[in-house]
Design a protein. Structure first.
Length: 204
């Protein structure tokens, strides 16, 4: 029963999960306590957080109470939330993303063959950015396949992959190269890093 719980910890637990300010009346009703008792406990908690210099604060806003990041630590929160997401994609990352978008599901080795360089570093970055995701394995080789994500569609402003520009015929697909030139796919050293990998690590 909620009325058997310690009030302050109970308030902390409830306020941790609210997505909008919780009113004193609502909290009192949920916890089975008088509103005045709840109001006093909320103010005491807010004062304790301030005195302790915690990274968060309990703030009365819009007729209710809610936890907020303390303004002094806003920069740390911003760095964590963004985590490089506003950085521009490098040319290497854009090329790799284009190959995945038009040839998905596709393996890393296939992407590397199309680009002519090892793309492992760039693919890791795209995975971390949430632009591509694993999509099972290739039956013949067991290689992991990759596809674009809903986040990719959101960032590109597309409702679906069918809205991608008609660029697929211009990608240097290995079998097309072989058919037209009699040569195989561009050769690459699987251990050689992409020449732009260093940029990816700093710009992405």
């Amino acid at each position: 029963m909620t009325d058997a719980l310690e009030l302050k910890p109970a308030l902390e637990a409830v306020l941790m999960v609210v997505d909008e300010p919780a009113t004193e009346e609502h909290l009192a009703r949920v916890l089975g306590r008088p509103r005045r008792e709840v109001a006093d406990a909320l103010r005491e908690l807010a004062g304790e957080y301030d005195a302790q210099g915690r990274g968060f604060e309990l703030r009365p806003v819009a007729g209710g109470w809610r936890y907020y990041t303390r303004p002094a630590y806003a920069a740390a929160v911003e760095d964590f939330v963004l985590d490089g997401r506003q950085a521009r994609l490098t040319q290497a990352a854009l090329e790799t993303l284009a190959v995945v978008a038009y040839r998905q599901p596709v393996s890393r080795s296939r992407v590397s063959a199309v680009r002519g360089v090892n793309c492992d570093g760039v693919m890791r970055t795209l995975l971390q950015r949430g632009l591509v995701a694993e999509a099972g394995t290739e039956p013949e080789t067991g290689a992991i396949l990759y596809r674009t994500t809903n986040h990719f569609l959101e960032r590109m402003g597309l409702r679906g992959l069918d809205e991608l520009p008609e660029l697929a015929p211009f990608l240097p697909e290995a079998d097309a190269i072989e058919a037209e030139t009699g040569e195989g796919a561009p050769s690459f050293d699987p251990d050689a890093p992409d020449s732009e990998d260093a940029d990816d690590k700093t710009e992405l």
